[in-house]
Write a protein that binds this ligand. Structure first.
Ligand SMILES: [Zn+2]
Length: 375
């Protein structure tokens, strides 16, 4: 009855990234929590931070940090680990590199977690599944679950990926260094500095990256018995990708959303806005008390989800209107009004850059398409 959400982590916002703390109570029982405030004040100073989050952008490849959650069936959800009575472990996403997954596995062992029986990959992006191979090595009986779109895309993209990236990443870092030297924007320099650091960290990781594909398809719904606790893997529709899966634990009203919800700014590279709003409607209808996003802090109210849905709905309507008026691609980003969302969330150099790169420019690229090659 232990649900562990090894959500990938390459947050654009260090302060908002979830951490994992370990603390020991007066009886000597070890607890794990992602929420420092949930630790009784008398024990807070002695809590150990196990995975210090670091500020870094999502792509290019970055190291992720895990989030581990304990779900106590029937009780109000807390993120504390109760180590008795657990039967099976379910993992949601495995992180960007095997080294990340091995850290999660070490934590699972330290927590005396039961064997990992299911690994759910919420979508095809590498930061959610390139740690699969480490879980396969540690738990040979685990089933790996994904939507058929995820399996198709991941197989296409990650076959031979490590060799390609190992050859390419040094030049990517070099290009970024040149861009940084030429940049006159302080926001952009902050962004590039983080991006270069991500790429440099990724280069040695490539030696061990070997994509391990899923063996179980869920294109609609599948109910999994974790030994007293039921988790439901569901495809609610196209969100961040056409193969998005969520994991829903009704007993605790907890949902792990994958990247259809990413905080502090949404991630829309390659995404289609049209169906995304309806998919977020379906997510809202679950009426979760706890939402674990693909990136960002665990959420205990629906404010951010509602704000992201409003942003996407508004952007979608504006894109349709601008296209109908014949507005050119190069003018589009300037004319899309996202001021409501920006005023609430986009208030640091990293967030400004992430919003422009991961959301606004991504939307324009997708809606207006690549420029036609000159004939
Ligand atoms: Zn992601």
């Amino acid at each position: 009855m232990l649900l562990v959400l090894a959500a990938c982590y390459c947050s654009v916002d260090a302060s908002a990234a979830a951490a994992l703390y370990r603390w020991t109570d007066a009886e000597g029982t070890v607890h794990y929590t992602a929420d420092l405030a949930s630790i009784p004040p008398a024990f807070r100073d002695s809590a150990t931070l196990l995975n210090a989050p670091q500020a870094r952008p999502i792509p290019p490849p970055a190291t992720n940090e895990p989030v581990a959650l304990k779900v106590t069936p029937g009780a109000p959800v807390t993120v504390e680990a109760r180590l008795n009575g657990v039967a099976l472990t379910l993992i949601v996403d495995t992180g960007q590199f095997p080294s990340v997954a091995r850290r999660v596995i070490a934590e699972l062992r330290e927590m005396k977690a039961p064997p990992v029986r299911y690994v759910v990959n919420t979508h095809w992006h590498g930061d959610h599944l390139l740690g699969n191979s480490a879980f396969r090595d540690a738990y040979p009986h685990a089933r790996f679950i994904a939507h058929s779109h995820t399996i198709k895309e991941a197989t296409r993209v990650y076959t031979g990926f490590a060799a390609r990236m190992a050859a390419k990443l040094p030049a990517v870092a070099e290009d970024m260094r040149k861009q940084m030297a030429a940049s006159t924007s302080s926001d952009e320099r902050v962004w590039l500095e983080q991006s270069i650091s991500c790429v440099e960290r990724a280069i040695p990781e490539m030696r061990e990256v070997a994509y391990f594909p899923q063996d179980t398809v869920v294109d609609d719904t599948r109910t999994l018995d974790l030994g007293g606790l039921t988790a439901v893997v569901r495809h609610l529709g196209t969100g961040n990708t056409p193969g998005d899966l969520v994991v829903w634990v009704e007993a605790d009203r907890l949902v792990a959303s994958g990247d259809m919800v990413v905080a502090p700014v949404p991630y829309a590279i390659g995404s289609t806005l049209d169906p995304w709003v309806a998919t977020l409607d379906a997510l809202q209808r679950l009426d979760a008390r706890v939402l674990v996003p693909g990136h960002g802090p665990v959420m205990r109210d629906g404010t951010y989800l509602a704000d992201v849905k409003a942003l996407i709905a508004s952007t979608r309507a504006q894109v349709a209107a601008l296209k109908a008026k014949g507005v050119a691609k190069e003018d589009a980003a300037r004319q899309i009004d996202t001021s409501d969302f920006r005023a609430r969330y986009v208030d640091t150099p990293m967030r400004r850059q992430a919003f422009d790169n991961f959301y606004l420019d991504a939307v324009v690229q997708k809606a207006w398409g690549e420029p036609k090659p000159a004939s």
